[in-house]
Design a protein around this ligand. Structure first.
Ligand code: FES
Length: 138
């Protein structure tokens, strides 16, 4: 929803950012190539296209999701890389205020269909670098 043409493009196996550059209650946008993730319902992008994503830290937890609301396929940040509610306890979509659990991406409240969730991305931290690993298979 926001103009952020300068998002870092991160291919599978590449570094998103240094973990010290992602402070508590902070998120960072990036973009993934469609061919680096599994397809999902409603994904109608070319494998060469890119999709917006974000990585987010809550205390020791670091998670990453596609930046795509489960209500409508829209980006969710209020301002670039701002995804939290006021108390930094949930991810909230800026368009119609769907509320998501940080740990799971499950939609807790709002206009999402029942059982809807964000699309998680796999990451790992190695030598304090956060690396994108592709889709997360739950
Ligand atoms: S587009 Fe996110 S709640 Fe509607």
């Amino acid at each position: 929803m926001n103009e952020t043409p300068n998002d870092l493009i991160v291919r599978k196996g590449e570094v998103i950012c240094h973990s010290q550059d992602l402070e508590n209650n902070q998120a960072k946008r990036f973009q993934v190539r469609c061919s680096d993730i599994n397809s999902f319902p409603g994904m109608n992008a070319d494998p060469e296209d890119y999709l917006p994503a974000f990585v987010l830290r809550k205390n020791q937890l670091i998670v990453a999701y596609l930046n795509r609301c489960a209500h409508l396929p829209m980006e969710m940040d209020w301002n670039p890389s701002e995804f939290f509610d006021e108390g930094f306890n949930h991810i909230v979509c800026a368009t119609h205020y769907a509320v998501y659990e940080i740990e799971t991406g499950n939609c807790l409240r709002g206009p999402c269909p029942k059982g809807a969730k964000l699309i998680p991305l796999a990451i790992k931290t190695v030598a304090e670098e956060i690396i994108f690993l592709g889709s997360k298979n739950d």
